[in-house]
Design a protein around this ligand. Sequence first.
Ligand code: ZN
Length: 251
Amino acid sequence: MSLLQQLLALHRVDVQVRSLRSRLAQADHYLATQQKQLDDLVAQRGDVELQKKQLQAHVANMEMESKGISDRVARLRSDLNQSANTKQYNAVLQEMKSVELQKDELDEQTLAQMERLEQIAKRVADFETVISDRQSLREKALAEREERHRDTAERLGELERERATAAGLVPADSMVRFDEVAEMHDGEAMSEVEVISARHREYSCSACNTEIPFAVYARLLGEGGGIVQCVNCHRILHLPAEAEATATKKR
Ligand SMILES: [Zn+2]
């Protein structure tokens, strides 16, 4: 088997290995995305829950303060009833009015905070639905990922062994070159030379359409042995099947 035939055999199995790995990577990525979105939602809910707790404590303090003021008003009312003279009566009445005013203000503020608390409680509750939906999506993604790994594990193992065998036949320096180009083009390491016009000796790289000089084509036709790359896209060039068969007979 010539070097190019070895590389083509390697390429055929390499493409399949890459395709399967990419399918697995997609499933992994989808699961990771779902997990990340779920984690973000749980963190957001945590923030809102904390706000809720802090506000609850604040409202409880305000209610306690209001109760203290009510007690004070009650004491003042009893003082009022027991006041000895008008002067004392008026003084107590004045104080009572001022304290009642204070209480009204506080109660108004408390009410506003309670309304805020209600809104926050609603936001916490809303998170439940969204999180539960996201959990279902994550479960589905997890199941899909596991199914995909299970389904492809055996086939991928086979292909990886085939690839190793094919790679074992390729000389080390050519292997390095193949891997470099394969990485560059997402597995598309090889490109067939397209014969535009044999009569006019016009050829091109079928992957990137760059013109291939006749000298390069002639190297592929000849004994060669080395790798010939497209000057533009660097893919490893090979002859069309028919031209290869004819060239093999002549060699
Ligand atoms: Zn090219």
